[in-house]
Structure formats: C-alpha cells, structure tokens
Design a binder for this molecule. Sequence first.
Ligand code: UDX
Length: 489
Amino acid sequence: MEPQSSPTPHVLIFPLPVQGHVTPMLNLAELLCLSNLKVTFINSTHNHQRLTRYTNIESRFSGYPGFGFKTVPDGLPDDHPRAGDKSWLSELIQGLASSAKPVLSEIVVGAEAEAEAEAEKVTCLITDGWLSFANDVANEAEVPVIAVRCFSACCLWAFLCMPNLIHLGEIPFKDNEEMDELVKNVPGMDSFLRYRDLPSYCRTKDIPTCRQLQHLFTGEMQQIQKAHSFILNTFDDLEGPILSHIRQHCSSSRVYSIGPLHAHLKYRLGPNEITISKPNNSSSNLWEVDRSCISWLDQKPDKSVVYVSFGSITILTKEQLMEFWAGLVHSKKYFLWVIRPDLIIGSTSSESLKLLEGTKERGCMVGWAPQEEVLAHRAVGGFLTHSGWNSTLESIVAGVPMLCWPYFADQQVNSRYVSEVWRIGLDMKDTCDRTIVMNMINDLMDKKKDELERSMRKISDLANKSVSQGGSSYSNLDHLIEEIKAMSN
Ligand code: UDX
C-alpha cells in the first residue's frame, strides 16, 4: 500500500486592517508559505485595493502556489478617511465586528466545505488581539486560534497587569504630580516604569474608564489563555525577562517569540534568491512610496541625516508640526521627514509641505518612504520616531539610535524601554517644544551618539543572530511551523 502523504496545513491569517499590523502579518504569511504551508490572508477590501495599487504584492507571493487573498468589508463608508483622531480605530473595530464577521464565518466554514480533500481543511486561524469576533467565529467553527499581538512583550505585560493595578488602587491617578512616580505593581518594571510610561489610554483619572479598562484587559488575558498558542513579534535576547512573566501568566498556551519578523527572510532565502526573485518586493505599503529620498540620501555624508517618521496612525496639530520643524532646522542637521497625506490635522499634505518651504536646503520631505531601506542607508544616523513597534524593531535591526516621541497605545512603554532599559535612544515623552527637539536631536546625533551607538550595536547584533540559523527566533518559528503541521494531522 502507498504511504499516505501528510495533509498540507491551511492557515488563515486575519490582521487588524492597519499598516502596523498588516506588515508583520504579511511577513509571517510569507514565512509560512516558505515552509510549504497553504495560507489565506484576509484583508479588508479597502486595504486590499491600496495594497494592489501601491505594491507589487501579487508578484511577492507569485512563487507560493498555496497563498491566496480573501477580502472582508471593514464596515466603514467608502468615503471615510480612515485617519484622524484615533477614535476612528474604535469605529473600525466596531465596523469590522458587524460587517466582517459574517463574511469571515463564510470564509472559515466555506474553506472547509470547499475542501476537496481532508488535506485542505482550515488548520487554524492566526488573528490579532483587537478582533475578538474573529476568535468567536473560529470557536464556533471549532477551528483552533493562534493569537498574535503586533506590539512589544513589555507593553503586553503592562496591559495584562492593568486589572491588578486598578484592583490595588494604583489607577486611577489622583493628580498629575503622580505622573513621574514609579508604578509598583508591574513585576519586572518596578524600578523604572513611571505612570507617565503607561499605555496612553491607561493614564486616566476617571473611574468609569478604569472599569472599562479592567473589563478590556481581563478579556485580553482570557483570549490569550484560550488560544491554542500565542505569537509575539519580539526576540528572547531583547525581552527575555518579560517574556518569562508572560509565559508564567499564560501557562495554558505556548508563547512563541519569533521576531523581528521582517528580518527572517534574508536568512531563510539566500541573499541571491532575495535579489534575483524579489527585487524591492517585500513591501506591504498602503501609501505610494516616494523613492526620490534614496537619491537625496545618496548625496549626504555618512550618518548625517535624521530620519523622521511617525508611522501610519499618528497625527500632528499644525503647532506640533511647526515645533518639530523649527527644532529640526535649528539643530542644523539634515533631515528626511515623512509627511503622510493625512498626518496634519485639518491640512492637506501639499499645504503642510508649503508650510515647510524654505527647508529645502537641509530637509527632504516625502509622503511615504521605503522605511526599511532608508534605515539601512549609510547616510542615516538617527531616527525621530513615534515608537511604534515595527519602527522600533526596524531601527534595531538597522542599528540606528532613536529619539522617541510616543503618541499612543504601546508607544509610551516602548519608548521607556528604548531609553532606560536598552539605552538605544532618548525619550521626549509628553513634550513637543522646539528647543527640546533641537537639543535632543543634537544629543542623538552628537553628544550621546557614541554611547547610544555602542548599546545599539550589541542589541542589533543580537536581533540579527536571533533570526539566523540556530537563533532563538529562528528555532521558535520552526517549532511553531511544526506545531501547525501537527495540528493538521
Ligand atoms: C500601529 C500602532 O500605532 C503601533 O503603536 C503598534 O506598535 C503597531 O501598530 P504604526 O503606528 O503604523 O502601527 O507604527 P509602526 O508599528 O511603526 O508601523 C509602521 C510601519 O509603516 C513600519 O513597518 C514602517 O516601516 C512603515 N512605514 C512607515 C513605511 O514603510 N514608510 C513610511 O514612510 C512610514
């Protein structure tokens, strides 16, 4: 008798449809495809249109016959800006819960029904924390969930401790003076985490908000504990102690630290395979990339340019824009600044660019940059960032010290770690003043440059080792893939 071949695992991947979540999940999708898993990636219809307009995404995945996209509506009207004050994110999550849920059910159940052979059944759903309805859909269809969080372990740990902080009366705060005091009940962080460093929506004085938070984070914990296993885009040498706390807390599901996800590919494909089969091809941009900044960088001396980008969600008032602009100009450094079309409140990008006219001599402004390539450019010496987790990891892999201006969510915890624990950057938290910007840029690029670069080199080496053969993230990814294969048997 012929030996039966093992069924091919079929993984559904469904991220929150925003850039900072789509990017790492597409990277994960590619890594799973590379191990011959069948992957269906679920995009919002709106993002899928942007992705196909601004990237060669089809060709990125053309070598993987098991890969496919499905789309779901995000529940927002077509003309919704999907930008602005961060309350649109709650609208997005609600819109998805009502509009995407039935379509997702069809995909999960349909993919099973369509399956001609047992081999093509859905093995598992890999999904994001904010999409609790996706967990419900999978549970109803008895499809195992692998949970992912696209932010740091340190921020997740602060989230998970939040119900206890509220229970013990550490939150809500009584008055603003407490902001610089240390938080006592986040184990592993009690010597450096201040109230000011807590995730932005947890820095509250309001009791009803606290109740909502308690509910939210208790649910978050339960979701992770119920999941079959749990993925974090980080590496053991960076966040080992905090990962131990999380592993103890989530003992019912296996925790895989497999980051930095964007850095695996070059170690899994040979360098020739990357350049031959994937020229400029690994992007997942939802905005049109302006590559003119690379030739601008080519003209500049080594490590002379500050790269400025606040990710895909942050917005600035015109006043904040002017403070950053004045600080950058007065620092007398070259700067490359990403001014997203929707970055400035109440102003179009061409208006914002006009505001900045006269900066041409030292500055280059683009609507969206090829960020990984920019950070790897020899001319870039520092990164003024909002401390989004992808940007933080990309900066670490490229070895570029950071000046942090955290905006919301995980970014406040991340920037504290960058400055106080890893010592690979400076933290400008809660201030936006031209003199401070100027002084801190000069610290980043001159005064504190050597010490920051020294620590950054060590951490950057560890990041690259973790994803190369024998490294912790490399092995953890292999174990995750083995586990998914075992689930499909
Ligand atoms: C969101 C959250 O805001 C963030 O806090 C969380 O950690 C992840 O999800 P976002 O704010 O967009 O992400 O920031 P970040 O995580 O840094 O992701 C931005 C991505 O866009 C990065 O991968 C970066 O390389 C890319 N980018 C940004 C570009 O490719 N070009 C640009 O010009 C700007």
